[in-house]
Each structure stands twice: as structure tokens, then as C-alpha cells.
Design a protein around this ligand. Sequence first.
Ligand SMILES: Nc1ncnc2c1ncn2[C@@H]1O[C@H](COP(=O)(O)OP(=O)(O)O)[C@@H](O)[C@H]1O
Ligand SMILES: Nc1ccn([C@H]2C[C@H](O)[C@@H](COP(=O)(O)OP(=O)(O)O)O2)c(=O)n1
Ligand SMILES: [Mg+2]
Length: 224
Amino acid sequence: LKTSAVNQGAHRRELFEVFSTEVMELAKDKSSKVKPPFIAFVLGGPGSGKGTQCTKIVETFGFKHLSAGDLLRREISSNSKHGTMILNTIREGKIVPSAVTVKLIQKEIESNEGHKFLIDGFPRTEENRVAFEKIIGTEPNIVLFFDCPEDEMVRRVLSRNQGRVDDNVETVKKRLKVFAGLNLPVIKYYSERGKLHKIDGVGTTDEIFERVRPVFALYEEAIK
Ligand SMILES: Nc1ncnc2c1ncn2[C@@H]1O[C@H](COP(=O)(O)OP(=O)(O)O)[C@@H](O)[C@H]1O
Ligand SMILES: Nc1ccn([C@H]2C[C@H](O)[C@@H](COP(=O)(O)OP(=O)(O)O)O2)c(=O)n1
Ligand SMILES: [Mg+2]
């Protein structure tokens, strides 16, 4: 009898705690009027046009563009502690450890005022995806996938002309293998969760953007 009375007291306390936390959360939402973040992952093979389309999405829908590759290249040029490891990994066409990449993305999200983020070139592996969920504590609202034939991707990468160490035949061939082996499963995962928007990545930049536009129109309210 004694134990059950104690348990009942504990149970009531637990209920009260749950209740008061919920009330506080509600009050916070009402008063701050902060919009929940809207996160779009942008995926596709090397040269599929992710960066190019992200620029158009930023112009039209006011997103903040976070390119995982750009953040990693910035680490290389700022001589940060992981710079050499990142450079060697990129040159090999391999994937940088998730802890490094997610930390860079986290810093950008946290230091940004906006609530709409395009995360370009991430997640490239299941490990990337799980690390993001664990560290950032959320999932993307939508995932765009630019579908482009390999020969077209190779052509584009080799004529990119941005002085990138990975824009050469050997590295791009390795990157295509890494894409098929490690990124396609991530794309499949989001497809099964109903979050994937597959876009034909062949055509002019403007033609492709006209395929992207209606996707964001679906989320008009959330991205206002
Ligand atoms: N629709 C397109 N048709 C032809 N070339 C394109 C198209 N979209 C982008 N490009 C060019 O192809 C190269 C790769 O595009 P980019 O946006 O950097 O792709 P990703 O970020 O997916 O690697 C760039 O030189 C870019 O100017
Ligand atoms: N999530 C990521 C994104 C990029 N990287 C590394 C490995 C990739 O081959 C390079 C270049 O990525 P980036 O997205 O800039 O490349 P593309 O725009 O697809 O050509 O960066 C990574 O290790 N992890
Ligand atoms: Mg890119």
C-alpha cells in the first residue's frame, strides 16, 4: 500500500511536469511568432546542376543557400585544422567524415536569421543523413533530386572552369561511383518517405527551373 501511494504521487508529478512543459511550449510559440525552419536538401550527381538551380531558387524564393562542398572548400582555404584531410578526400572523390560536414552546416544554420535553407550536396551518404538528424535534430521538409545522365554530368564537370581540384576525368569517374553506391540509397530513402521531388536535369537552366518552381509553389505557406 505504501509503495503504491508513493508511486501515485510520482505519477501525478510526472503528469504535471508533462502538462506544464507543454503549456510553456505553446506560450513560447504564440509570443515569439518565430517560423519553424523549412529545410530542402538538394541532391544529384556531380555536375547535375544543383548549384546553378540553387542560385535561381534563392533569387525567386529567398532561401539561404548552404553548399556542403563550398563550406568544405572554405575550410581548405582558411587553413583550418581539417583542411588537408578535406582536400585529400575531395581530390579522391570520397566523402568527408559526417561530423566535420554537419558541424559546418550547423554553424551556418545557427548564425542565420532566415528560416528557409537549401542544403546543397548533402546528405551524400546514409552516415551523412543520420548524423544530420542526430546533431541538428530534424529532417528535411523536402528533397530535390536532379536526375541527369552520366555523360552529360561528365561533360558539364569538365567544362566547369572553376579551378576545382576534383574537376578532372579521374576524379569525376570516382565521384560517379560514389554517387551510385552511397547517394542513391539516400535518395531512395527519401522517396520511400514521400519527400522526394525528382526533377529531369536535362535542358537549359531556365527550362529546368520551370520544373523546380511548381515544387516550391506546393509549400507556399511554409516558405512565406
Ligand atoms: N542545364 C544546364 N545545361 C548546361 N550546363 C549547365 C546546366 N546547369 C548547369 N550547367 C553548368 O554545368 C556545370 C555544373 O553545374 P553546377 O551547378 O555546378 O552542378 P553541381 O552543383 O550539381 O555540380 C557548371 O559549369 C554549370 O554552369
Ligand atoms: N556532404 C558532402 C558534400 C561534399 N563533400 C565533398 C566530396 C565531394 O566530392 C566534394 C564536392 O562536393 P560539391 O557538392 O561541391 O560537388 P558538386 O557540386 O556535386 O560537383 O566535396 C563531402 O565530402 N560531403
Ligand atoms: Mg555544386
